[in-house]
Design a protein around this ligand. Structure first.
Ligand SMILES: Nc1nc2c(ncn2[C@@H]2O[C@H](COP(=O)(O)OP(=O)(O)O)[C@@H](O)[C@H]2O)c(=O)[nH]1
Ligand SMILES: [Mg+2]
Length: 465
C-alpha cells in the first residue's frame, strides 16, 4: 500500500515556512532527551562547517516523547565556534524544526518517523538527506560530510555507514542482514541497517512512490527497506567510514526480539517480492567506501549467553510446530537436535556458575566470558543457519505461515546462532571475529544455489497446479 499522505496541518505550515532547502538532516526520536542534544549540536556544526554554501535544515521527527526530547532539540545551543567563527555569512542560518510525526495506519515507530522526514525532504526539494539516530554518542560534525559528500560530490544515491563495532554488537546485522543482502543482491554492504544513512533527493522521491509499505516498515523494518529498495531499483550505492558507533547498548537476548522480527520479516518479504533482483546474481562485489580509514577499539558489550541458549531450547517446546512447517525436514531435524543440546549446555552452565534459571538475582552476574566457558563446545554451524534463512524465504513466498509467526519462530533459532557465535569467539579480538562474519557470508553465497533450486521448484509446482 502507499501510505496516505498524512502530514498534519502543523507540518504543512512548517514546510510552507521553510520553502526549500539544499541539505537536510533528519533525526527520528523516542525518549532520547539525554542524548539528542549532542546529536543536534554535531549535526548543526557539520551542516554549517562543511556545507557553508548550501541552505540547511534540521528536522527532528519525534514520537511525542514525554521526556522533553523535543524541548532539548529546540533549546540546545550550537557549539560556540559555530556562532563566533563560522556564522560570518548569514546564509548559513540553520532552520531547526521539531515535530510529532503522525502514525501510519495507526502504527508508529522509527519508520513512521522517517516517512515524515522523507515527505518533508521531498517537499523542500533537497539534494541530500542525512538521517542519524538520536542515541548516538560517537557522532561528530564530520559525519554530516561523510554521509552527504558522496551524494553531493560523487553522484551517489545511497550512502550506508561503516563502523567499527564490538564483536557482539550488531548481531541482527551480522547474522542476517549483511550475509543475506550480500548473497541475494551481490553488494557487500557491511551495515545495511546501521541507522545512519545518506539519501539523494531522487531516492527520497523513489521511496515515496513505492507501494509496499507495511506495519514492520513503520517500525524497525525501515532501515533494511531503505537499503534493499535502493538496491532493487538500481540506485548507486556506496559506504562511508564513520569510525565507532557508540549508542545506547542492547543485549541481544533481552532487547532485540521485536526488532529482529520487524527487520527480518521485512527482508524476507522483500526477497520474496523481488526474485528478479536476485535469482541471477552469483557471488558478490565490493561496494566503494568514502572517508579515511580509522583505527579504533569499539567499547565492549556484555551478553547473557546462557539465556540465549535457554531461549533456543525453549523455542523447541513452544514453536517447534512452526519450525516443522517452514524449514526443510532435514534442517528442522538438525535445529531440534541443536536446541536440545543448547538446553543441556545452559542447564549445566547455570549449575557450574551457580545462577538460577532466570539469570540469577542478588549475587553478581557471571561475565560473558565465564558464561561462554561454562557453555563449552556448543556449536551452531554456519551452513545450517544459511539454509534456515533460505528455507524461510521460500516459506514466505508459499505463505502458508504468515510472516509474523514465521519470524517469531526464528527468534529462538537466532538466539542459538548468536549464543554459538559468542561461545566460539570468546577469545577472539573484534577483528578476528570479523573474519568469522565474513566466513558465514561466504557460506550464504556458496549455498545460494540451494535457495534458487527451492525457489524454482516452487515455480514448477505452481505451473503444474
Ligand atoms: N520517532 C521514533 N523514533 C524511534 C522509535 N523507536 C526508535 N526510534 C529511534 O530510532 C533510532 C534507533 O533506535 P534504537 O533504539 O537506538 O535502535 P538501534 O540502535 O538500531 O538498536 C533512535 O534514534 C530512536 O530514537 C519510535 O517509536 N519513534
Ligand atoms: Mg541505537
Amino acid at each position: 500500500m502507499v501510505p496516505a499522505t498524512t502530514l498534519t496541518p502543523a507540518i504543512r505550515e512548517e514546510i510552507a515556512r521553510l520553502g526549500r532547502a539544499d541539505i537536510m538532516v533528519g533525526i527520528p526520536s523516542f525518549k532520547n532527551a539525554a542524548t539528542i542534544g549532542y546529536v543536534v549540536r554535531a549535526a548543526h556544526a557539520g551542516l554549517v562547517q562543511y556545507f557553508p554554501d548550501l541552505k540547511p535544515v534540521l528536522v527532528n521527527s519525534d514520537a511525542g516523547s514525554p521526556d522533553g526530547t523535543q524541548r532539548v532539540v529546540i533549546e540546545t545551543e550550537p557549539p560556540d565556534y559555530v556562532e563566533r567563527i563560522l556564522l560570518v555569512r548569514p546564509t548559513n542560518r540553520l532552520d531547526r524544526v521539531t515535530l510529532t510525526y503522525p502514525e501510519i495506519d495507526g502504527v508508529g515507530g522509527k519508520g513512521a518517523a522517517l516517512r515524515t522526514i522523507f515527505e518533508i525532504a521531498a517537499a523542500l526539494d533537497v539534494q541530500a538527506l542525512v538521517v542519524v539516530d538520536s542515541d548516538l554518542r560517537s557522532i561528530v560534525p564530520e559525519w554530516i560530510e561523510l554521509l552527504a559528500g558522496p551524494i553531493l560530490k560523487g553522484g551517489y544515491d545511497f550512502v550506508a555507514p561503516l563502523y567499527a563495532r564490538y564483536k557482539y554488537d550488531g548481531t541482527i546485522t551480522n547474522t542476517v542482514t549483511y550475509p543475506l543482502t550480500r548473497a541475494l543482491y551481490g553488494h557487500r554492504i557491511r551495515q545495511p541497517i546501521g541507522g545512519d544513512f545518506g539519501v539523494s533527493g531522487d531516492l527520497v522521491r523513489h521511496y515515496l512512490e513505492l507501494d509496499d509499505w507495511t506495519d514492520d516498515i513503520s517500525k524497525f523494518g525501515i532501515d533494511i527497506w531503505m537499503t534493499t529498495s535502493a538496491l532493487t531499483a538500481g540506485f548507486a550505492v556506496c559506504q562511508t567510514r564513520l569510525g565507532a558507533k557508540v549508542h545506547d547498548p542492547k543485549d541481544p537476548g533481552s532487547d532485540l526480539g521485536p526488532m529482529f522480527r520487524q527487520v527480518v520479516g521485512t527482508i524476507l518479504e522483500l526477497a520474496a517480492a523481488h526474485p528478479d533482483a536476485w535469482l541471477n546474481i552469483r557471488g558478490s562485489h565490493d561496494v566503494p567506501a568514502y572517508g579515511f580509514e580509522r583505527i579504533i577499539d569499539p567499547p565492549p558489550l556484555e551478553v547473557n549467553a546462557i539465556r540465549l541458549l535457554d531461549e533456543f531450547h525453549e523455542g523447541s517446546i513452544t514453536v517447534a510446530d512452526t519450525w516443522r512447517r517452514t524449514l526443510a525436514r532435514e534442517n528442522a531435524d538438525m535445529v531440534l537436535e541443536l536446541a536440545d543440546e543448547a538446553g543441556k549446555a545452559a542447564e549445566k552452565a547455570s549449575r557450574t556458575l551457580g545462577v538460577g534459571g532466570e539469570g540469577g538475582s542478588g549475587a553478581s552476574a557471571p561475565t560473558t566470558i565465564e558464561m561462554a566457558e561454562a557453555l563449552g563446545s556448543f556449536h551452531f554451524p554456519d551452513d545450517l543457519w544459511a539454509r534456515c534463512i533460505y528455507d524461510l524465504i521460500v516459506a514466505t513466498r508459499r505463505g502458508d505461515v504468515e510472516t509474523g509467526p514465521l519470524v517469531a519462530a526464528l527468534v529462538p533459532i537466532y538466539f542459538g546462532r548468536v549464543g554459538s557465535f559468542v561461545i566460539e569467539n570468546r577469545h577472539l579480538t573484534t577483528s578476528a571475529a570479523e573474519e568469522r562474519v565474513e566466513r558465514q557470508a561466504r557460506e550464504f553465497e556458496l549455498l545460494k544455489p540451494y535457495l534458487v533450486e527451492r525457489w524454482r521448484a516452487l515455480d514448477a509446482d505452481g505451473a503444474g497446479a
